[in-house]
Design a protein around this ligand. Sequence first.
Ligand code: CA
Length: 225
Amino acid sequence: MRLLIVEDNERLLQLVTAGLATEGFETDGVATVAEAEAAMRVLPYAAVVLDLGLPDGDGLTLLKRLRAGGIATPVLILTARGGIEDRVLGLNAGADDYLVKPFAQPELVARLRALLRRPGEMLGQTLSLGNMRFDTSSRELAVGDRQHFLSPRELAVLELLLRRAGRVVAKQAVEDHLFGLSGEGGANAVEVYIHRLRRELADCGADVQIHTIRGVGYLIAPPAT
Ligand code: CA
């Protein structure tokens, strides 16, 4: 179970990661919004501890972008902003919990444990379409009875499309989801990933279809009956 800690105060980051390590959590620590987005594109974290005041932006903006992109990873905001309005803003932006600094390490651990116990959409959720099942927590893709392995970015595109199955996902949303702020991708890269994903799914016998909606985006649909 791996957690992402987003905190620009180096000493606090060390304290939090050391404290969580003694409780059996594996953690990655990052100090900026850009690093957090990059880390989340690569690894499926069980939960995120999110500071709000970060050097390259506000944690709330990052949180809203994650939720808009269909990413339901539990997020605990850990911040010095302790006012009622701040808490409401944080929870409305899609946070699952809110803890104000200074805080006690045992409370952080207890709250994270509670978050990770929470069933339903926030944790392991299986998205099914046609003969395909995707576990969003373990990142396992099964077609029929067999498991198949795709790259993290292919899985990220597949998850985004599956969460909005039957609806069009804008090309820009796919690009943002894949490349975030890095701008390394571009529209052609999205086409490349969609092309690969189609081919991989066809190769493993998936019966779903990824349709291109010209000038708009993509739509995943079950087999026509
Ligand atoms: Ca900070």
